[in-house]
Write a protein that binds this ligand. Structure first.
Ligand SMILES: [Zn+2]
Ligand SMILES: [Zn+2]
Length: 257
């Protein structure tokens, strides 16, 4: 049985846990060590029960806590060469941590979990996102992507569960207080998806097996949960409250695929 939960989601830090049997991995760790440990405990997990961290890219809200956690708990770290180089350049890679270099689209296994990384357009050195599977069900995670691509749509079709970025509402972003350069970065082709982008992306997928759709990485300044859920519900043809929500403080609790 593939299970997953979130420790938190948003620009203040992202961390998701995927588990099958005794194999438990975190996708990203953008929270500090104590916060990560405390939130794992909320899910009934000890840090030593997490065997690996799959990193999507070097931005602090995804990678800020990766090496501290891995060094403290002997956790394996999987990341692309570009992500590692960026973290090394920032002085954030800690010697002695077991690092496994991966490439976009080259599948690998972490114990009994199959992992497929896939490339995305985002303003980082070599960003990827992930689909993980226990052999029966598949979970896809997609945040931090400026534009959807045919490749992304192919990889995310036919999944049982999808955690999907709904970063901002376009009107709220453009009428909000952010400086123009930041609005252009967020809204640009290497930035983030807005609610309508995510609705379109979801609408273009094979959704026939989807049992979980969760709106994630919502901006606290430029979005509202009800707008994100309504957008994804339109694509699914379901009620708004069927769409799950990953929050910054709580993430979301365990779901079974
Ligand atoms: Zn992010
Ligand atoms: Zn990012």
């Amino acid at each position: 049985m593939l299970r997953f939960a979130s420790l938190g989601s948003g620009s203040g830090g992202n961390c998701l846990v995927a588990a099958t049997g005794d194999t438990r991995v975190m996708i990203d760790c953008g929270l500090n060590l104590r916060d990560t440990e405390r939130r794992l405990e909320r899910l009934g997990l000890a840090p030593s029960q997490v065997c690996a961290i799959l990193v999507t890219h070097e931005h602090g809200d995804h990678a800020g806590g990766v090496f501290d956690f891995a060094a403290a708990h002997s956790t394996r770290v999987y990341l692309t060469h570009g992500t590692l180089a960026a973290l090394q350049a920032e002085g954030k890679a800690i010697e002695g941590v077991r690092v496994n270099l991966i490439r976009g689209r080259e599948a690998f296994a972490v114990d009994s979990l199959a992992v497929t990384p896939f490339t995305v357009p985002h303003d980082a050195r070599e960003p990827v996102q992930y689909v993980v599977s226990d052999g029966a069900a598949k979970l896809g995670v997609l945040t931090d992507i400026g534009t959807s691509t045919a490749h992304v749509q192919e990889v995310l079709s036919g999944l049982e569960a999808l955690v999907l970025e709904c970063n901002y509402d376009r009107d709220m972003l453009w009428s909000g207080a952010y400086p123009k350069w930041l609005k252009e970065r967020i809204g640009g082709p290497f930035g983030h998806l807005d609610n309508r982008d995510s609705e379109r992306l979801l609408g273009a997928l094979d959704r026939s097996r989807l049992r979980h759709v969760i709106a994630a990485h919502l901006s606290q300044q430029n979005n509202r949960p009800e707008l994100a859920r309504a957008a994804l519900a339109r694509a699914m043809g379901c009620s708004d409250d069927w769409i799950g929500l990953a929050t910054q403080d709580e993430g979301f609790s365990w779901r079974d695929c």
